[in-house]
Write a protein that binds this ligand. Sequence first.
Ligand code: KG4
Ligand code: ZN
Length: 372
Amino acid sequence: MTPDSLDGNAYPVPAATPAGPLLAIESSCDETACAILAPDGTVLAERLVSQEDHVAFGGVVPEIAARAHLALLPDLARKTLESSGLARSDLAAVAASTGPGLIGGLIVGASFGKGLAIALGKPFIAVNHIEAHALSARLPGVFDGHLTFPYLLLLVSGGHCQCLAVEGIGHYRRLGGTIDDAAGEAFDKVAKMLGLGWPGGPALERLAREGNPAAFALPRPLKGRAGCDFSFSGLKTAIARQLEPYGSAPLPRQVAADLAASFQQAVADVIEDRIIHALAMMERPTALVAAGGVAANATLRSRLTALAGSHGLPFVAPPLRLCTDNAVMVGWAALEICREAGRRSLPLPDNRAMRPRPRWPLAEMAERFGAV
Ligand code: KG4
Ligand code: ZN
């Protein structure tokens, strides 16, 4: 049987809102996570393991990540179900990040989710990981008053760096993104140069508190340029150049702190400038939203809060556990997709025939509803 022959009506076509809770799975990078959400978005249980096997390598090793997901996921799903107090048969749907991301991990999570869905005779909802980040700010309780479309999303993590106009469910307009490194990747690489551990972002931020952000004149790549693309590799090179005089000698702590603070300031300056451009590319945005691990950075957050305020907009950032990779956002995105299908009198999607995709452009998400 080919996977495609699984599509169609061999399984019950459910009504457009799951009649009960759904289990969501995240495994696109180095977090293995499960969550169970009620149809209204209430989180009934969640469990997450941040894989530590990568620390020794100073970055995520895809093959190790895939094997770790395989080892962790079955038990994590069982424990999540147990802590929700539900039985497997109570689940009305299963959702999983099915792309974009590291293909090995995506295959593990999506195959596990599909297998469970097939065994239960319930639909499988394939969630685009970036779409899940984009919608996470709409989770109940994140923003007082509920976030309405369109809003500007700045997604800044170890793997992503982009500005998206979130115009509706399935409607995401990419306004710009990085032309080289992601913001988190730049933090990690600079942290490594300064002799800090991995992931480098939090360590660099701590060290930067002891430093002078004006100590080093670093470039502000693409600042002032039309559009809202980003570039961080020049900044990384500029730091490497500042380190050259020290050779292999240990770097004085104050120099490291000054470099960390100057780098962080340069990144914040650049992001602020890019966001000003991105806001100008949208018609009446309702909010500035930030997600991804770098959105945890206090300097960046305060700059974005002030910037949003100067445009008369709220700044919304989900709490950290929902900003970084997690399964709650995957479950929430699945619920949003189901609700949108219902609003359009379409059946709930059942994507058990979909193959995981290392790349899955957001521009394709509108097709799910049969109209662009
Ligand atoms: O979203 P995330 O947990 O994972 C993905 O990359 O998908 O983001 C991790 C990234 C890492 O590059 C990490 O160094 C960075 O976010 N990060 C930070 C901070 N906390 C995490 N960067 C700057 N400042 C932070 N406080
Ligand atoms: Zn992510």
